[in-house]
Design a protein. Structure first.
Length: 223
């Protein structure tokens, strides 16, 4: 936005002489941690049988993950539910049994173990894997760097506008408003795995960290 008003009597810039711009900054960084959701889904005719079998299978999965060196506090239940299953025949609802779902979220700090965690979990009873996410632990540090890029981007935009309009820019902005930040973790799509699958290859890719600002610059008209 360019707003041109005449200078004050003393020749200084008028408070309305403003150039308003937006600045954007982006960084692509390598992830240093990951998380994955592992599910054990058990279907049985009797609810108690389904619960017991599910508990046995989940315990087996947790012990296998602990055997890989995943700390106990990095393995957490984030969803547990019991549902009734029905078949539909000729418009009639026929009870089939119960489905017990126990979902674990596993945090992994050694990225070389991600594929092995998935394989080991599947081999020990997991039949649902979702939300494989690679991220960075020190996101705020990277955001600060992106913010510097965004501010420099706004300054360069203001300089370009001032040069094009043949006005003298006051290079220090009179107002800077942070527009927020975005950290885009790298995801792998949800998948259902079957026992026997091995050597899963999961590449972490890169994470995008972005920052946005809006800034106002005063200028003086050149006569």
């Amino acid at each position: 936005m360019y707003n041109n008003l005449p200078p004050n009597r003393n020749g200084s810039h008028h408070k309305g002489n403003l150039i308003k711009v937006r600045g954007e900054g982006e960084l692509a960084i390598q992830p240093d941690s990951a998380s994955v959701n592992l599910g054990v889904i058990t279907e049985k005719k009797e609810l108690l049988t389904a619960q017991e079998q599910n508990s046995v299978d989940v315990t087996k999965v947790i012990n296998a993950l602990l055997g890989l060196g995943i700390p106990q506090n990095q393995i957490q239940t984030f969803n547990y539910r019991i549902e009734s299953d029905y078949d539909y025949e000729q418009g009639k609802q026929i009870f089939r049994g119960y489905k017990v779902t126990h979902l674990l979220q596993v945090k992994i700090e050694d990225l070389s173990l991600v594929g092995k965690v998935v394989d080991t979990a599947v081999q020990n009873g997991v039949n649902y894997v979702s939300n494989i996410q690679f991220t960075a632990k020190n996101k705020e540090i990277f955001y600060q760097q992106a913010l510097v890029i965004a501010l420099n981007n706004a300054i360069e935009k203001a300089k370009t506008i001032a040069k094009t309009l043949n006005v003298t820019l006051i290079p220090t902005p009179s107002l800077v408003v942070e527009g927020g930040n975005t950290v885009q973790p790298f995801y792998h799509p949800s998948e259902t795995f079957v026992k026997g699958v091995s050597s899963t290859q999961l590449e972490p890719g890169q994470i995008k960290v972005t920052a946005n600002i809006s800034a106002e610059f005063h200028y003086r008209t050149v006569y």
